[in-house]
Design a protein around this ligand. Structure first.
Ligand code: NAP
Ligand code: F7E
Length: 339
């Protein structure tokens, strides 16, 4: 019988790539979707017609228990979150509830539905994946960052993710649950939300190229990130869940680029000189910045055989090409006016 996976955050970037990957492996895939008339759910259904939808919300414990009872999953991937860092200062309590407490609610739903008690064994149980984040490292104490690097989160989002991360470890230790966290560094794609910097830049360059805009306003150009391709990273999520022992892994490329280098590459891919169009705006700087993040993914390479295949330049070119094609059809994605 096909293995059954339940994915929270199915309407997000990673949810779509993970669902495609698991369907390709022969899984029966269920996505948890929230809201009464959520337009992202109908868009997701068009893109992923083979995914079955179950209603539920990370804010609602009962709905998660019902979802797990109905789907009877072998594996649960908890990707649902408020994931945009600037929003976490403006709605810190909501971020704590969804991104932090949502992990507790999902773990409890699994624990209750599979009848796990203290000191239980992980055999025959639902396997759980938690989407942890490099934002937990925040103000980094060493570079590159490994599974052993200390956390110093710099935003309410990073703090909420650290709670979810430790709780996942705690449920593993307390109940013997097969619960793992992937500490993923920034990963992007043409499906990335328009509020995140890579997509804001690829859309900005494409708009300027097509005469739809004359400038692009950005915040801190000196921040450095380890950017990879989301399609590569969801494969690591699946590998972690198949592993013989539940452990946490850092996933990234091991290479850093600045926002300035991202802008240069994206505008060059569109045949433009970025310095003529990019304007920096103090209002887009964060109350507390994460200056740099760079992964050491050695453990994932050695134990899971995982490695990224898409380079930074290929990723940027892929995103700019996709946005040039998208805008040429007359469709311009909303950035939610965060930027
Ligand atoms: P994303 O595109 O922002 O997707 C977030 C998802 O969470 C959406 O499907 C959203 O559903 C859902 N969600 C929000 N509030 C919810 C609630 N109350 N109940 C249930 N679902 C809810 O994020 P992503 O880039 O795919 O990232 C996936 C996960 O990995 C997130 O947990 C993120 O924090 C984490 N992460 C991402 C990165 C990265 O670079 N992309 C790196 C490290 C960790 P709606 O459509 O209903 O809003
Ligand atoms: O910012 C700088 C900004 O919003 C990256 C999420 O997926 O990855 C993501 O978090 C950098 C920051 O991603 C603008 O200050 C400059 O230093 O694309 P971002 P993020 O905050 O790193 C982590 C791993 C996650 O877990 C999160 O869920 O770019 N930057 N100018 C800007 N950023 C934005 N958004 N907009 C600007 O105009």
């Amino acid at each position: 019988m096909a293995r059954r996976a339940l994915i929270t955050g199915i309407t997000g970037q990673d949810g779509s790539y993970l669902a495609e990957h698991l369907l390709g492996l022969g899984y029966e895939v269920w996505g948890l979707a929230r809201g009464q008339a959520n337009p992202r759910v109908s868009r997701m259904r068009k893109l992923l017609s083979d995914v079955q939808v179950v209603r539920g919300d990370l804010l609602d414990q009962g709905s998660l228990i019902s979802a797990v009872e109905r789907v009877q999953p072998d594996e649960v991937y908890n990707l649902g979150a408020i994931s945009f860092v600037p929003m976490s200062w403006e709605q810190a309590e909501l971020t704590a509830e969804v991104t932090g407490m949502g992990v507790l609610r999902m773990l409890e739903a699994i624990r209750v539905c599979s009848g796990v008690s203290r000191g239980g064994s992980s055999s025959g149980q639902i396997r759980f994946y938690q989407a942890s984040s490099s934002e937990m490292f925040g103000q980094v104490s060493e570079t590159p960052q490994t599974e052993r690097t200390a956390f110093h989160p710099r935003s309410p989002y990073g703090v909420a993710k650290a709670y979810g991360h430790f709780l996942t470890q705690n449920y593993r230790e307390s109940y013997g649950m097969f619960a793992v966290s992937g500490i993923l560094f920034n990963h992007e794609s043409p499906r990335r939300g328009a509020e995140f910097v890579t997509r804001k830049v690829s859309l900005g360059a494409a708009r300027i190229k097509l005469g739809l805009a004359t400038e692009l306003r950005l915040g801190n150009l000196e921040a450095r990130r380890d950017w990879g391709f989301a399609g590569d990273y969801v494969k690591a999520m699946h590998l972690m869940v198949q592993s013989g022992r539940p452990e946490d892994y850092v996933i990234g490329t091991g290479r850093m680029k600045s926002v300035r280098e991202l802008v240069e590459a994206a505008f060059a891919a569109a045949g433009l000189d970025w310095e003529r169009y990019v304007v920096t705006d103090q209002a887009l700087h964060r109350p507390a910045e994460v200056d740099l993040l760079c992964a050491d993914p050695k453990k994932a390479r050695a134990q899971l055989g995982w490695e990224p295949h898409v380079s930074f330049d290929e990723l940027v070119a892929m995103m700019v090409d996709a946005d040039l094609r998208l805008l040429s059809t007359g469709h311009d994605p909303d950035d939610g006016s965060w930027s």
